[in-house]
Ligand binder design. Structure first.
Ligand code: MSP
Length: 688
């Protein structure tokens, strides 16, 4: 292999129901990182797959009246299944592993035996608490209020003959790994692992079960099946050919980078490296624990039934817009609140307005003023060339610039204005690279969009339409302005390719940038675009979305899905969620009086309230209740609001809290009543 190898993985997902936007978030992020490394010239191995064994899947299959294999096939392989979703979302994985693949099963049997032979797995009796949903055993001390500390569900006593892995033996090495290296990121997750799991003492881990059969049988003791997490974690290496002849890539690609959600960081940063140490292979290069996409502040999950369907959103808004939104809006290491409003706003502001307009304005002007091809001589000036050379020579630092001369001299002013755009664009690749190397794609996008916004401002500053009024005098200046715009757009386009691969092809076609100008090296080279480039005006890259209409359609689709006719399959029972008392007490409910209420323009759903909350400063809250109330009926009423939610923008207006209502159904129709309390209660009174 002449290129340098790079290996990156997603978690392997449970095929217990259709995947949702949270799974898509992780897979798209990993895809972006994989494409970025390919752009840089690495030979990238990118693995995703499905984790198909275990009691939960066995139970689901039974409920569906299928064999477990039929059940998982129906979710993974069938039209509209996991593989189809990744195809739709343009995921560039090189491999897809299913833990039911024959080669993986045989490898796991060999691995189990190897760990048994080296004394790390031994037979004992298991007594403890088991959470069926998480497939996890817990000790009494690990339980939270007697329930599973991960999902909050009931656990049950389990006692059976079982094999154990000597996890305790590795405690010191794992502590050292976590506290003295960058193995686990973001750093904030390290403390959590050490405090919650290592400090209390690592206990040996039960790694076999006898109470069900859907798993990898232990070949030397077949009434036992292998614990799903042992089966699952080793996927990262069996898919490269570890302990099998199917592939021969282990030596070239391992160790790799494991991208996982924060809830499975424990498995990946404690148990997985201990397993690697036990069988004598290198530990992963890095485990990165990303945050969750939340819905209304809570975790989106199949079992809660509050999932968002990535098929629907891709179809409606386009795959690239959805991919972009996921990485632009949520810092990768933290949680973020998903909403349809935010999605549409991101498409309209960043993609339709900023990027789309830059491309359409620039290509339209090149066509209008120069018949599509810019004239020779419009490229970088000597000063700009020199600057660009310096930038390329110092790949690790921002290179500044200066233009000599007095302000007020039109040539000097123009050169200064140019240099601001040129320097931002020429230094962009290194900033982007630093962010991507730190697993911060959201920051890399921030940098790219700063240049796009600067370029739009540059159009306004230079007013090409005014220059065009006197082409004899201003033609060369106008051509240089357009060249700079096309060149800045090209550099941004290259760096946006991992995020929006299909649309960037269209962008390159429109600005006339050929394949040699779309590569990593060319993104660090200001002035690579030939001067006489010919543009090809095309359709808008991102049409504006009519927010109200789109939201109404999405709500309709969500209702249909809930009623069972839509694309989201919900089979798991609704889990009862509980909050602890301290968390509950943090919610600040207050009596509020309606000072005024009106409809929000262009919205069918929203009413805007101005409220007296007792503080003396009116509070504005937007509420989607226009279907049930006329604004004039609400003036003077005393309502209840939660006032310490973070402010949220709806239809461009800030909402500072939420009004409390009762929601119920009458003859299949959803009804809503605002909670109204005795008018004698003063504004601002706290409800507790
Ligand atoms: N099968 C295990 C993983 C084994 S890896 C050796 C599993 N599967 S899962 O189907 O539950 O998928 C979990 C992963 O999906 C999370 O770690 C995360 O990457 C992604 N997400 C699932 N819901 C999510 C959100 N609501 N938000 C963000 N990511 C989410 O655990």
């Amino acid at each position: 292999m002449s290129k340098k190898p790079y290996y990156i993985t997603t978690p392997i997902y449970y095929p217990s129901a259709k995947l949702h936007i949270g799974h898509a978030y992780c897979t798209v992020a990993t895809d972006v990182l994989a494409r970025y490394k390919r752009l840089q010239g690495y030979e990238v191995m990118f693995l995703t797959g499905t984790d198909e064994h275990g009691q939960k899947i066995e139970k689901k299959a039974q409920e569906a009246g299928m064999t477990p294999q039929e059940f998982v096939d129906s979710i993974v392989e069938a039209p509209g299944g996991v593989k189809d979703l990744w195809k739709l979302m343009n995921i560039s994985n090189t491999r897809f592993i299913r833990t039911t693949d024959d080669y993986h099963v045989k490898s796991i049997q060999k691995i189990f035996r190897k760990m048994y032979d080296n004394g790390d797995i031994y037979k004992g009796a298991y007594k403890g608490k088991y959470c069926t949903d998480c497939e996890a055993f817990w000790t009494e001390t690990q339980l939270k209020d007697g329930k599973c500390p991960d999902c909050g569900r009931e656990v049950h006593d389990a006692e059976e003959e079982a094999y154990f892995f000597r996890l305790s033996k590795y405690a010191d090495r794992i502590r050292e790994l976590l506290t003295t290296t960058d193995f686990l990121e973001p750093k904030s997750r390290v403390n959590e692992m050490v405090k919650n799991f290592i400090d209390p003492g690592l206990e040996d881990l039960c790694v076999s079960r006898t109470s069900f059969t859907w798993g990898v049988p232990v070949d030397f003791d077949p009434k036992h099946v292998t614990y799903v997490w042992l089966d699952a974690l080793f996927n990262y290496v069996t898919a490269l050919g570890y302990q099998n002849d199917k592939y021969d890539d282990f030596d070239a690609f391992w160790p790799g980078v494991n991208i996982v959600g924060k809830e499975i960081v424990r498995f990946h940063s404690i148990i997985w490296p201990a397993f690697c140490m036990s069988v004598g292979i290198p530990i992963p290069q890095k485990v990165f624990g990303h945050g969750w996409l939340l819905l209304d502040g809570g975790k989106m999950s199949k079992s809660k039934g509050n999932v968002v369907d990535p098929y629907l959103l891709s179809e409606k808004f386009g795959v690239d817009a959805l991919r972009f939104f996921l990485l632009r809006s949520f810092p990768f290491g933290s949680d973020g609140n998903f909403s349809n409003e935010l999605l549409i706003q991101t498409i309209n502001v960043d993609l339709a307005n900023d990027l789309g307009n830059l491309v359409s304005r620039t290509t339209a002007m090149a066509e209008k003023y120069f018949g599509a091809a810019l004239p020779a001589g419009c490229g970088p000036t000597a000063e700009e060339k020199e600057f660009s050379r310096l930038t390329a020579e110092k790949p690790d630092c921002d290179v500044g610039f200066s233009v000599r001369g007095d302000a007020g001299d039109p040539r000097v002013d123009a050169a200064r204005c140019d240099m601001e755009l040129v320097s931002m664009a020429a230094n962009l690749r290194k900033k982007y690279e630093t962010d991507m190397e730190h697993f911060a794609p959201h920051k890399a996008l921030e940098e790219v969009f700063a240049v796009i916004q600067r370029a739009n401002k540059y159009i306004d500053e230079n007013a090409p339409w005014t220059l065009a009024k006197d082409m004899d005098a201003n033609g060369p200046r106008l051509a240089h302005v357009l060249y700079n715009l096309l060149e800045a757009t090209r550099i941004c386009g290259v760096l946006l390719t991992p995020f929006m691969p299909e649309t960037m092809e269209k962008l390159f076609a429109q600005i006339g940038a050929g394949a040699e100008l779309q590569i990593w090296e060319a993104a660090g080279h200001w002035g690579a675009l030939p001067e006489t480039v010919a543009v090809h005006r095309g359709d808008a890259l991102f049409p504006r979305v009519d927010a109200d209409a789109a939201i109404a359609e999405l709500e309709e689709a969500a209702k249909a899905a809930k009623a069972g006719s839509g694309p989201v399959v919900e089979t798991e029972p609704q889990a009862e969620e509980s909050v602890d008392f301290d968390t509950f007490c943090k919610s600040d409910f207050r009596a509020v009086k309606v000072l005024s209420c009106e409809r929000v323009k262009k919205s069918e759903k929203l009413l805007k309230f101005t409220l007296d909350d007792g503080t003396g400063t009116p509070r504005q809250i937007l509420s989607g209740i226009a279907k049930w109330y006329a604004p004039e009926d609400l003036a003077g009423k005393t309502l209840v609001a939660i006032v310490n939610l973070p402010p949220r923008k709806m239809m461009g207006q800030e909402s500072q809290g939420m009004l409390i209502s009762a929601v119920h159904t009458v003859d299949g129709e959803e009804m809503l009543n605002l909670l109204m309390v005795d008018d004698k209660i003063p504004a601002g009174a706290k409800l507790c």
